[in-house]
Design a protein around this ligand. Structure first.
Ligand SMILES: [Fe+2]
Length: 142
């Protein structure tokens, strides 16, 4: 396991939390596939889960972005969020897994390091900010 869900990741929205957990699961699944020591080539499997991670990230980001609009999140933070989503999708889409033949494990290790660090920082930084906004909005309505 390279990244583990912690309570502090919670963003005051059940669906966002569930989706973050799913993203964490996918990153861990790729990591698990790199950990076997039995010389079976799991490369196709890794590519498959990696592509699933890209698709699921896009789905998750558009869910979040719809919520920004629905809840009237401010323009500045919405722009910063959308910018980070776009740059993440651009970066992971630019990763060419067919290019990994040499140093396969080292390259995968740095990709996994990037994915897990990015997700953790994104959730704890900017997603939680939106979570705080939702919480405040909810408390005002009580
Ligand atoms: Fe998110």
């Amino acid at each position: 396991m390279i990244i583990k869900w912690r309570d502090e990741f919670s963003c005051y929205d059940k669906t966002i939390d569930e989706q973050h957990k799913k993203l964490i699961d996918l990153i861990n699944e790729i990591n698990d596939l790199t950990q076997y020591d039995d010389h079976i080539d799991r490369y196709d499997n890794i590519v498959e889960v990696f592509n699933e991670l890209i698709e699921y990230s896009k789905y998750h980001f558009s869910h979040e972005e719809a919520l920004f609009e629905e809840h009237g999140y401010d323009t500045f933070n919405t722009k910063v969020q959308i910018g980070q989503h776009k740059s993440f999708v651009d970066q992971v889409s630019a990763i060419d897994l067919n290019d990994l033949d040499e140093n396969q494990s080292e390259t995968l290790e740095s990709i996994l390091d990037f994915l897990s660090t990015w997700l953790e920082q994104h959730i704890l930084g900017i997603d939680k900010k939106f979570g705080d906004f939702l919480r405040e909005k909810h408390e005002k309505q009580l």
